[in-house]
Design a binder for this molecule. Structure first.
Ligand SMILES: C[S@@+](CC[C@H](N)C(=O)[O-])C[C@H]1O[C@@H](n2cnc3c(N)ncnc32)[C@H](O)[C@@H]1O
Length: 217
């Protein structure tokens, strides 16, 4: 668990998500409701999409980047029982919850690390798969996070992301979220350019309203 570093940016939205009240209801209500509002479909369907993309990964270490409470780390670890899933997040409250939920669950092959996505505490090419759901649009510098993901992925590795695209119409809600609490959205082309800059190419993708989930090589 690496302590916080000076200069780590905690956005207002992130501060809100770290409050004990939100951490406690995160898996059962907050994540499901947020996903439903963005996509009009059930979170369990999204879980199946992420696990289907994950099933294509080769053996080797998996990183669940910005794992939160480990909502995807645990099923990914169960799916690939012979390999280790590293869940990384910068929030202590989220990680403490993740550790408790892991202890209650079946998967033993999970480790949690506290660090920032902008400076991953791993050597080059250590991971064969990176999962990053519900977070890229919240990062202060998604470009830096993608550069780090690219660095720690081994050749042939892949990246699964679930993120949000800017709605065409939202009656000012998207503006409010971005401007005041820094909940971000991507324009699809902007996202594809950021990926391209790091050499990623999208292989499979699903879009459900403003939720966009893709697997990139
Ligand atoms: C909405 S939660 C997503 C959690 C989980 N991946 C999911 O899909 O439900 C976003 C997470 O990103 C984490 N996060 C935000 N900025 C980060 C950064 N720079 N480095 C690491 N984690 C970060 C937050 O602490 C939070 O746990």
């Amino acid at each position: 668990m690496l302590g916080g570093r000076p200069g780590e940016v905690i956005t207002p939205f992130q501060r809100l998500m770290q409050t004990p009240a939100i951490v406690n209801i995160y898996e059962k209500f907050w994540r499901r409701l947020g996903y439903y509002i963005a996509s009009s479909r059930n979170f369990s369907d999204e879980m199946q999409t992420v696990l289907r993309f994950g099933a294509s990964r080769s053996s080797g270490l998996t990183l669940d980047l910005a794992c939160g409470t480990g909502i995807f780390s645990r099923p990914l670890a169960e799916q690939l029982g012979d390999s280790i899933v590293v869940g990384l997040d910068m929030s202590w409250p989220m990680l403490n919850r993740a550790r408790k939920l892991k202890e209650k669950g079946r998967a033993e092959n999970i480790l949690f690390v506290r660090a920032t996505a902008f400076s991953l505490p791993f050597g080059d090419s250590c991971f064969s798969y990176v999962n990053c759901c519900g977070a890229l649009h919240l990062f202060d510098r998604p470009d830096l996070a993608l550069r780090e993901i690219r660095r720690i992925l081994a050749p042939g590795g892949s990246l699964c992301v679930q993120t949000t695209l800017r709605p065409n119409r939202s009656a000012g809600m998207a503006y409010f979220l971005e401007r005041f609490i820094r909940f971000g959205f991507f324009d699809e082309n902007e996202l594809k350019n950021l990926l391209k800059l790091q050499g990623f190419e999208i292989e499979k993708a699903e879009r459900h309203r403003i939720s966009y989930t893709f697997l990139a090589k």
